[in-house]
Design a protein. Structure first.
Lengths: 371, 126
């Protein structure tokens, strides 16, 4: 996980006191003091795969864009196609630099009010993203507001998430939400967004409302028996599901095309970075992100070298674990494109030894999304 | 409070050493296993591998992190605890029962440089 180190004092989410009271192991992440685990990462991981878990994701950023030209503007900075989106729909995609490098990956919500969009961005990138948006918005008849401090967010994830969210919100309509859609509701007199999204590979919801409401909802989910889950298992879960983490698998140096996320870049429309990405897609890139599975229990960690049989370095591990759900040692790695096709044999240097493995699909775990 | 066994030697990198003649039985301390959390893999050397005092001979891995193991004394590996391959959690369950390797020491005077239980207790501040 990328940790942003600086001299700035750590920020706290609205649930910080709850984490401390639960005895969570806390660590700096993206400028926030965040829970890594409450007890066992393995227990928390399996709770999400088998039942339901709740995550504090209040550190994420919420940027609202509205105005006559909001659609044109969002479509200009976002790789996915915003035109023709239905209200209540959500799209995943990236904001790119002109050279195709990634500013951030994010979700775009098309709001129910005309010409209103919500951009949900990574915590580590809120300031950078907002500055980027303010720079690009010049000349468009719309405005962007960074409301990150006014919103808390929890993710309730797992096969039983629907049952808990329906019960606790007392709203059966949430069961009818399909994947990547949301509804607007109200909680304690404040706006509540219920979104069928997540970062675990399981069915689940993300709930956004004012901080006081989030604290109350957190208590209700815990009282109902939902497992509190930290960033530790958030990373193992998203990794198994083949989902990238900004800073590890996407960055100013790792474009969506290199990361195998070209399907989220609509190259038949105009947006910042399009020409560069089109060129990368047409001509190929020097490096590509792949999955690698090794035949041993040793664990490939971020930064470890990927080698050929004759010990030539051809890549570097970006994220790796001994997968909790699959009981296999697997990783994402950025490798020379000549070694990126499925089943290519590759070796990973772990301490003093190298371990043989091969290129496999990045979606290691069969995801279970609601259709 | 971490468990500390009297009569053993300890390294500043949190290995313990039990001496039986010229054999050093080596494991990691209870403090170390607590710091690591759930151990999911123990990377061990092979019999007949030779190590210098202070050299890394393997590693403990948890879900999120790996931590290298350092050989407190010089010598040759005569036995490794094969049981840990399929049951790394034994280190969490009882760090003093879950020995990792046995070393035939080449220089028993190196033991004098290690900590006793009291000195180790003050090292970890308990």
């Amino acid at each position: 996980m990328s940790e942003i180190l600086s001299n700035e004092p750590l920020q706290q989410t609205c649930l910080h006191q709850k984490h401390i009271a639960l005895g969570a192991k806390m660590s700096p992440f993206a400028g926030f003091d965040m829970p890594i685990q409450y007890g066992s990462i393995i227990t928390e991981h399996l709770a999400v795969r088998e039942k339901a878990g709740i995550f504090d994701v209040s550190h994420m950023g919420e940027i609202f864009v509205s105005g006559t030209e909001a659609e044109a503007f969002v479509n200009h900075i976002f790789t996915n196609e915003v035109r023709g989106m239905d209200k209540g729909k959500i799209l995943y995609g990236m904001m790119c630099y002109p050279d195709g490098g990634v500013v951030d990956d994010l979700l775009v919500y098309k709001e129910f009010e005309d010409n209103h969009y919500l951009l949900v961005v990574n915590a580590a990138n809120i300031a950078k993203d907002y500055a980027w948006i303010q720079e690009q918005i010049k000349g468009f008849d719309c405005r962007a507001v960074n409301a990150s401090d006014e919103w808390g967010q929890v993710a309730v994830q797992g096969p039983e998430a629907e049952k808990y969210v329906c019960d606790i919100l007392g709203d059966k309509a949430v069961a009818d939400l399909s994947f990547y859609t949301f509804l607007d509701s109200e909680y304690r007199g404040k706006r509540l967004i219920v979104s069928r999204t997540g970062y675990t590979g399981e069915d689940g919801f993300e709930l956004y409302t004012a901080p006081e409401g989030i604290v109350e909802l957190w208590d209700k989910f815990l009282s109902a028996g939902v497992q509190p889950c930290g960033l530790g298992c958030r990373d193992t879960l998203r990794f198994e599901a083949g989902l990238p983490l900004y800073g590890d698998e996407l960055s100013p140096e790792i474009s969506p095309v290199m990361a195998g996320l070209g399907m989220f870049c609509k190259l038949d429309k105009d947006f910042i970075g399009r020409e560069a990405l089109l060129k990368q897609k047409t001509e190929g890139t020097a490096k590509k992100l792949v999955g690698i599975e090794i035949e041993d229990k040793a664990i490939p960690r971020a930064g470890y070298m990927v080698e050929t049989e004759d010990e030539r370095e051809v890549g570097i591990v970006t994220t790796g674990y001994h997968s909790i759900s699959l009981d296999k040692s697997i990783c994402f790695a950025l490798v020379d494109s000549a070694y990126a096709s499925l089943d290519t044999p590759l070796w990973i240097r772990i301490r003093k030894k190298t371990f043989p493995g091969k290129v496999v699909k990045k979606r290691f775990y069969q995801t279970n999304y609601k259709k | 409070m971490s468990k500390i066994v009297e009569g053993l030697k300890y390294s500043e990198s949190h290995e313990w050493v039990k001496v039986e003649g010229d054999i050093a039985i080596i494991g990691v301390s209870d403090f170390a296993q607590k710091e690591m959390g759930e151990i999911t893999y123990v990377d061990v050397p092979e019999v007949d591998d030779e190590f210098e005092a202070g050299e890394d001979f393997g590693a403990l891995e948890s879900v999120k992190a790996s931590s290298e193991l350092y050989c407190p004394v010089s010598g040759k590996v005569v036995e490794v605890n094969e049981e840990l391959e399929n049951a790394p959690e034994k280190v969490n369950e009882d760090a003093f029962a879950a020995w990792i390797i046995k070393i035939e020491m080449s220089d028993t005077s190196e033991l004098d440089a290690l900590l006793d239980a009291e000195a180790y207790r003050s090292l970890i501040g308990e």
